[in-house]
Design a protein around this ligand. Structure first.
Ligand code: TXA
Ligand code: MG
Length: 345
């Protein structure tokens, strides 16, 4: 597999590989995606094979300009228009009824298609050079955490894809928000991501529904709770104001005493001093008050703790508003949906 840079010639080469039906991983502003021709079933099959991804998990189509959306969907409804005006290019994926041009392989045979226009200049340059929509799931093996660097892509997919465009770590660090806008006035958030619920509600002037509010778990088949798993077992604690409470520290201390050298902690800056003397590997996420910085670090920090040989990783929830909703969603999935019981202090 070839590693390409961010210069024009590299983008041209990547576009040529994709145009021939190949697979190239490239950076978006959220995470690295694994790009292939989005309307070509043979190219799409290669994505599923390289990632070992089940066909029931639909892909996102990426476009270079909002105008490309027209041929992919039946109709661009008014909520979609409003959101596009405000958030494209950017980390927002819209789910609409698909047109007949979109192969069933891209959408898990659903009647809908997910589309977004990424913001990273290199992704836009690649899309323009190819001149056609690209399917691009996160460039990781199925059920692993999404890659935020070219090294993460190599670790999962080296030997399975044709090339990776390396433009350094991604800016947002978590995937796009996926929102179903087919029902006017009732937008449904299928996956929290880089654009927050509050930002969307401010534009649409409607409440954005949560998955728990609708009884249709098959709406977004890719959202399995074992997604985003590091190798290590993740033990997730609840929300606490201020630094890590003593009860959580005691659980970490006793785990470290029993399994020396293999305990990892995802720590907010506010937790660092309490962890200082414990025999654990600590990865800093940044301040609990700065969710943007935390989101950017989250997946890389999980991978680094795996690489250090942690067999258990301790973490705690962020504040649930804004990007905290997305951070907590990914932490919960990494922990298999379980929260550790804690007494109130
Ligand atoms: O930020 C991102 O969205 C990244 C970058 C590379 O653009 N891509 C990404 O793709 O996260 P992927 O394949 O890892 O996640 C796509 C998810 C699916 O698992 C599913 O939950 C949702 O998007 N999705 C795709 N098509 C859908 C559809 N037609 N209806 C409902 N949900 C859909
Ligand atoms: Mg993914």
């Amino acid at each position: 597999m070839e590693t390409l840079g961010r210069e024009e010639a590299a983008v041209e080469e990547a576009a040529a590989i994709i145009a021939r039906g190949g697979l190239v991983a490239f950076p978006t502003e959220t995470v690295y995606g694994l790009g292939a021709l989005g309307l070509d079933p043979a190219a799409l099959e290669k994505i599923f094979a390289a990632k070992e991804r089940p066909h029931e998990d639909p892909l996102i189509l990426h476009v270079a300009e909002p105008g490309w959306l027209e041929e992919l969907v039946e109709e661009v409804l008014s909520d979609a228009r409003e959101l596009i005006k405000r958030f494209w290019p950017g980390p927002l994926t819209l789910v609409l009824s698909k047109s007949s041009k979109v192969p069933g392989l891209a959408t898990a045979n659903l009647s809908t298609v997910a589309v977004r226009m990424p913001a990273s200049p290199i992704a836009l340059a690649l899309l323009s050079a190819v001149g056609a929509p690209l399917a691009a799931p996160s460039a990781n093996r199925f059920s692993k955490t999404s890659p935020t660097t070219a090294d993460h892509v190599l670790a999962d997919l080296d030997g399975r894809i044709d090339a990776v465009l390396d433009a350094g770590p991604t800016e947002v660090g978590v995937e796009s928000t996926v929102i179903d806008v087919r029902c006017a006035g009732s937008p449904l958030m299928l996956r929290p991501g880089g654009i927050t619920r509050e930002e969307i509600e401010a534009v649409l002037d409607h409440e954005v529904l949560r998955m728990e509010q609708v009884a249709a778990p098959s709406l977004s088949p890719g959202l399995l709770s074992h997604h985003y798993s590091p190798r290590a077992r993740v033990r997730l604690f609840g929300l606490f104001r201020g630094p890590m409470p003593r009860a959580m520290l005691e659980v970490i201390r006793s785990a470290a005493a029993q399994m020396s050298g293999s305990v990892g902690v995802l720590a907010f800056d506010e937790d660092l001093s309490a962890l200082r003397d414990l025999p654990v590997s600590v990865e800093r996420l940044g301040s609990i008050e700065e969710p943007r910085a935390v989101a950017r670090r989250l997946f890389a920090a999980l991978r680094e703790l795996d690489a250090k040989g942690s067999t258990v990783i301790f973490a705690r929830l962020a504040r649930p508003d804004g990007l905290g909703e997305t951070i907590n969603d990914r932490l919960r999935r990494a922990a298999g949906g379980k929260l550790e019981p804690t007494e109130n202090e």
